[in-house]
Design a protein around this ligand. Structure first.
Ligand code: FEO
Length: 403
């Protein structure tokens, strides 16, 4: 595959990754992921961001650089928007083959270059307002955007062609294959990548939504013709779509309304909790509120997070397990807490066998999450007819709060 030309002198270099490996060592990527870098060529040339050495990505990068009449050896600048290793694995290799390449990043980024790679020479710190003139009409401006995704993160903006190199922001899971630009995908493919971008956001970025909002405000004055993220689609036809999408995502855990839907998450040891859950679901269905449903641990938390993140309402159905919550649900709740899933309307239900205890642990865990809780329902063993009627009523109550 050749480099993709974005505009005169600006190219996307991207590796398509298919792997059984987990993103960040945690999150499954059954549909793969792309790792995007960008080459900007004026009289001098700069490569913006790199990749993780993954499934031959360095080979894919070199081949595409070659197709744009460039190489690791001919670069003048290596710009690192972000030091997470999915964007920095070739730093040492490039420096070895090209000792003159100047590495550019924020002050925190440069400090990390020194620590991560033991490189101390030919480094340049940049801050918001600084720029780099490559000659030939290509000027890169730098904008510090801390905590999207790490504290050292920045974005670059090419002033002439109005391309924003946004690193993790506006990114997505899902490998793209030969295509890269938003206008090359049809509606159903966009729906698929929208799901993957929400999953990426909820897994990777959600903890930093306040910073996303701040960055969107900071960049709001820029005229952006192309958004070029480090993962996923490059937006040249309709960059406003991905900006709007990220603004919506950032709002979900910073006070804006979530979607009028419910995410049901359940676990059951022998089926008694599931019997009770079915009654809750019948109540929700009577109220015509849409819902998604995930069983844990059968469904990986990565997918649960995506649906739960955007939903106004949650149903958490779990039995008591050894005096406490069903452990897979405890894991999910731990992630909700870490990712700042606030302001949900929640119904918790569950059975217990020989002793309860899930409620106590649950109440402690959700204490800091500003959730509105419907009164929970617990029962021993098989739910009675009265239990089932109450569970159905609780489902309707929750749905009523979402409408
Ligand atoms: Fe794609 Fe935070 O690295």
């Amino acid at each position: 595959m050749n480099a993709h030309k974005i505009s005169e002198g600006i190219f996307a270099i991207h590796a398509n990754i298919t792997t059984d490996d987990l993103f960040e060592g945690i999150w499954p990527i059954p549909h793969g992921v792309t790792l995007n870098s960008y080459l900007v060529k004026g009289e001098k040339s700069a490569l913006i961001d790199l990749a993780k050495e993954w499934e031959g990505s360095i080979g894919q990068f070199e081949k595409q650089l070659g197709s744009a009449q460039s190489s690791f050896e001919s670069l003048d600048y290596l710009i690192l928007n972000h030091l997470e290793p999915d964007h920095t694995a070739f730093v040492t290799e490039i420096r070895k083959r090209n000792p003159n390449v100047e590495i550019i990043s924020t002050p925190k980024g440069i400090a990390m270059v020194k620590k991560f790679f033991k490189i101390t020479e030919n480094l340049r710190e940049v801050k918001t307002g600084d720029s780099l003139d490559l000659g030939g009409g290509k000027v890169l401006e730098f904008y510090e955007t801390p905590n999207i995704h790490w504290p050292e993160t920045m974005m670059c903006y090419e002033r002439t062609e109005k391309v924003l190199f946004s690193c993790d922001a506006f990114g997505s899971y899902g490998k793209l294959g030969e295509r890269l630009f938003d206008d090359e995908f049809n509606e159903s493919e966009h729906q698929f990548y929208e799901k993957e971008s929400l999953r990426y956001y909820s897994n990777i970025v959600a903890s930093f939504s306040t910073f996303v909002k701040r960055a969107l405000e900071k960049l709001g004055g820029l005229e952006v013709k192309v958004i070029a993220p480090s993962h996923g689609i490059v937006w040249r036809k309709n960059p406003a779509e991905i900006i709007e999408r990220y603004a919506r995502y950032a709002g979900y855990n910073t006070g804006s309304p979530c979607e009028k839907e419910i995410c049901i998450i359940w676990g059951s040891m022998y089926g008694y909790t599931k019997v009770g859950l079915d009654a809750v679901i019948s109540g929700i269905e009577e109220m015509n509120i849409p819902y998604t449903i995930h069983r844990v641990p059968n469904t990986d938390s990565s997918f649960v997070l995506a649906d739960a993140y955007k939903a106004s309402g949650l149903v958490l159905a779990m039995p008591t397990y050894e005096y406490k919550m069903f452990p897979p649900m405890a894991h999910v709740l731990d992630l909700f807490q870490r990712k700042h899933f606030i302001n949900k309307k929640v119904l918790r239900i569950g059975s217990w066998g020989w002793v309860g205890g899930a409620k106590k642990e649950y109440d402690q865990r959700i204490d800091s999450m500003k959730w509105t809780s419907i009164e929970s329902v617990e029962w021993q063993g098989v739910p009675s007819e009265d239990d089932l009627a109450l569970l159905k009523q609780r489902g309707k109550e929750l749905a009523g709060l979402i409408m």
